[in-house]
Design a protein around this ligand. Structure first.
Ligand code: 8Y4
Length: 277
């Protein structure tokens, strides 16, 4: 399986690692230490050396309850970093945004992938993404970040996620986006309770019915912390286990903070898997 943009193609016959580069100052994971473009470049270089093939750049916090970031502030955070990475590195650059203006500017600056937790539902996002030629990740979310964890509710979480994603794929097709540009994400933690998240993990393989590559992101998330009673900085082993389980279900791209450890875990997994008959 492949993921394509106008200028690049990513081989997904083996699982790929997307390293998280968070540029929000309130980011609890890196405390904003990578806000300066030079520091962001160093972090990106390290993640690539550790085994990432995609760097996901985010300038808007998507934590539950987070405030929306002004458009210009988001642009000021992400565009200089995209330009610098594009100049210095040969890698896939992903822009984590829901705003059409940010998508457009980011792709102009060199981004290859639009990673939108709102699945192109903001004004103009569908058309801008279509015209950009970039690859696109469509993610499921119930509700909106501010309130999505208040009362997540599903009759059948897997079926509802699949129906939502199938609808968004159809909207993309209608906007002229070819399926080779799309990947899909169940959106762990986005309007889901603990049992919803684990049911979605167990049944991730059902999403292959949609015929597109699957991206998953569970790194350090509360679905791990809640189960184990561990703080965010004590969730590495849990993150690795969850992502390996997703790989077993056929996940193609893993969005993680801890690239080196994920790459080691994947190598061991795949070394054994080559002997499966
Ligand atoms: C600790 C660290 C606890 C991070 C929570 C978090 C996804 C995503 C996010 C995802 C895709 C996050 C931008 C939330 N999650 N994009 N983005 N898939 N495609 N929370 O699961 O990392 S941000």
């Amino acid at each position: 399986m492949l993921l394509s943009s106008t200028s690049k193609s990513l081989d997904l016959s083996r699982p790929q690692i997307m390293g998280i580069l968070n540029l929000t100052p309130d980011s609890f994971s890196d405390g904003g230490r990578f806000s300066a473009p030079i520091a962001a470049l160093a972090h990106a270089k390290q993640m690539l050396a550790d085994g990432a093939t995609i760097i996901d750049i985010g300038g808007e916090s998507t934590r539950p309850g987070a405030d929306a970031v002004a458009e210009q502030q988001e642009l000021d955070r992400v565009i200089p970093v995209i330009e610098l990475l594009r100049e210095e590195l040969e890698c896939w650059v992903s822009i984590d945004t829901s705003k059409a203006v940010v998508m457009k500017e980011a792709v102009s600056a060199g981004a290859d992938l639009i990673n939108d937790i709102r699945a192109l539902r903001e004004p103009n996002a569908l058309q801008v993404a279509a015209d950009s030629g970039a690859a696109i990740c469509l993610m499921h979310m119930q509700g909106l970040p501010r309130t999505m964890q208040q009362a997540p509710d599903y009759a059948d979480v897997t079926a509802e996620v699949m129906t939502f994603l199938a609808d968004r794929v159809q909207a993309c097709r209608a906007a002229g986006i070819s399926p080779e540009r799309l990947c899909l994400d169940p959106g762990y933690g986005f309007g889901k309770g603990l049992a919803h998240n684990y049911e979605l993990l167990a049944k991730l393989g059902n999403l292959h019915q949609l015929g597109l590559p699957l991206l998953v992101g569970m790194s350090r998330k509360s679905m791990l912390g809640q189960l184990l009673g561990r703080d965010v900085d004590q969730r590495l082993a849990a993150s690795l286990a969850a992502h390996l389980f997703a790989v077993h279900q056929g996940a193609h791209i893993l969005r993680v903070h801890d690239v080196k450890e994920m790459a080691d875990a994947l190598r061991v997994w795949q070394h054994a898997a080559q002997y499966l008959s």
